[in-house]
Design a protein around this ligand. Structure first.
Ligand SMILES: Nc1ncnc2c1ncn2[C@@H]1O[C@H](COP(=O)(O)OP(=O)(O)O)[C@@H](O)[C@H]1O
Ligand SMILES: [Mg+2]
Length: 242
């Protein structure tokens, strides 16, 4: 089963001459456990796509299905709950709460959701991300790379269906970027976590299982869309793989 798929997803901003087609008919199909990189130049629609996938913004038309649920049908409160439980976000800025230490930041979303922390699982995530010795530190006492690792741990802690990352290493030097992404990949594999990561860096994209290219709001490479939003398997005459 696809953990995520979209059908003819469009997002237009403005109208008339000023209209921008940020997304213009995107059909995407992501299997559980896949690590997908979305690449494209600045302004190609990457962030817009991520916002639609994570229910942060509403498409002009088309649908997004997460775990086979059409998220466009969710009302405000339900959409909030959906985001908290199903999606882990990692952005370029780490967005950590400055007065909470690393551990408190990691478990904050779970506690806000009124759930008990799966301590054994969270400890494993912390371990893989190499944060064991930094749990008592405040964000201000951590390097950029460490702060982003805390943000990744926080995104994974609630066991989301999908981890969405928008230029997660955009603020890090290239060496630290490689370290953080290596860890992201390892954690993804260890916990069979589906990851969709945006980047404009080709080298970074190579770490992913699959690369999707977006150009002027359309997917241009790495994926063969069809009108029902499923991926065609090469050599199978266009049969959908569901
Ligand atoms: N809120 C908005 N209002 C108007 N235009 C927008 C808005 N957000 C994005 N855009 C436009 O949509 C296009 C895609 O933007 P974006 O998804 O941020 O690109 P990327 O992340 O690939 O750099 C750009 O032309 C951008 O200017
Ligand atoms: Mg962007």
């Amino acid at each position: 089963m696809a953990v995520l798929r979209t059908r003819n997803l469009k997002k237009y901003y403005g109208s008339g001459e000023n209209q921008v087609k940020a997304l213009d008919g995107v059909n995407l199909f992501v299997e559980r456990g896949e690590f997908v990189a979305v690449v494209g130049t600045s302004g190609s629609g990457k962030s817009t796509l991520l916002h639609m996938l994570g229910g942060l913004d509403i498409p002009t038309s088309g649908e997004v299905y997460v775990d086979d649920k059409n998220i466009g049908k969710l009302k405000n409160d339900a959409l909030c709950v959906f985001r908290r439980r199903k999606i882990g976000f990692v952005f370029q800025s780490y967005n950590l709460v400055p007065v909470l230490n690393a551990y408190e930041n990691i478990v904050l979303p779970i506690e806000l959701d009124g759930n008990t922390v799966d301590r054994a699982y969270v400890d494993r995530v912390i371990d893989v991300l190499g944060l064991k010795d930094r749990l008592q530190s405040l964000p201000s006492q951590l390097s950029g790379g460490q702060q982003q690792r805390v943000a990744i741990a926080r995104a994974l802690a609630a066991k989301p269906s999908i981890l969405l990352a928008d230029e997660p290493t955009g603020n890090l030097d290239s060496r630290t970027s490689q370290d953080v992404l290596g860890l992201l990949k390892v954690t993804g594999e260890k916990f069979a976590q589906t990851i969709i990561m945006i980047t404009h860096n080709e080298e970074i994209a190579q770490l992913a299982d699959r690369i999707i290219r977006i150009e002027d709001g359309k997917i241009s490479e790495g994926y063969e869309p069809d009108d029902i939003g499923r991926r065609k398997i090469p050599g199978e005459g266009g049969e959908a793989d569901e």
